[in-house]
Design a protein around this ligand. Structure first.
Ligand code: GRF
Length: 216
């Protein structure tokens, strides 16, 4: 472990392509950080293999082993805390976190959500954008607060919806953009440019609009 580098803990449930983007950005030095642990709530998730291949500590923690949501969240929070994380990155972590977890990491807890928030919190975002005949789908990086997919947005990227697009084809195109904007927003947080205040997200001392910054 390098003492001078900021410490990331990344939570996943699935394929971990966003995790891979962080691994690559750390390796190339684009992100001055080290991933100190990957925690997953689904045994066998491919992201665990990506982490192991990169030599990162992994943990599997399953909610079925806990009496209720709060006790799971408390155990998860203790595990994350044991790594003294500067930032906690939810990267396809498919479990709603209660204030027991969220409040402990407020201001250093980020999520990526595949829609242009505040549109389409929750699931099936790309299909919902197609069904609504939106011109664009997209993705948002936001601070996590107790409200589901509702914390202040930091950075968004858009993806035009074409006539032949399906939810799957859109998801693929949007993922490419996720892999750019998530490490970018995290870098702002780790370098002290980005902060969460009561009235919203601030970048370089200025409050961001409700939909964050749109990446060109
Ligand atoms: C991404 O679409 C992300 O926006 C959403 O979950 C998916 C995770 O994909 N929160 P991956 O596991 O990083 O490939």
């Amino acid at each position: 472990m390098q003492a001078d580098k900021k410490r990331l803990v990344i939570l996943i449930s699935g394929s971990g392509s966003n995790l891979q983007a962080f691994i690559d950005h750390c390796a190339s030095g684009q992100l001055q950080a080290q991933i100190v642990a990957v925690i997953c709530n689904k045994p066998g998730a491919y992201g665990l293999e990506r982490a192991a291949q990169a030599g990162i500590n992994t943990h599997v923690i399953e909610h079925g082993d806990y009496a209720n949501r709060e006790s799971f969240d408390a155990a998860l929070a203790d595990l994350v805390d044991s790594y003294q994380a500067d930032a906690v990155i939810l990267a396809g972590f498919m479990r709603i976190l209660t204030p027991v977890f969220v409040d402990r990491f407020l201001g250093r807890l980020l999520n990526i959500h595949p829609s242009l928030l505040p549109k389409y919190p929750g699931l099936n975002t790309h299909q919902r954008a197609i069904d609504a005949q939106d011109s664009h789908a997209g993705v948002s990086v936001h601070f996590v607060t107790a409200e589901l997919d509702g914390g202040p947005v930091i950075l968004q990227a858009e993806q035009a919806i074409e006539a032949q697009d399906t939810a799957e084809s859109l998801a693929k195109k949007v993922l490419h953009k996720e892999h750019i904007i998530y490490p970018m927003a995290t870098n702002w947080l780790l370098t002290g440019r980005l902060a969460l205040h009561e009235d919203g997200a601030y970048l370089d001392g200025k409050i961001l609009p409700k939909t964050g910054i749109l990446l060109d």
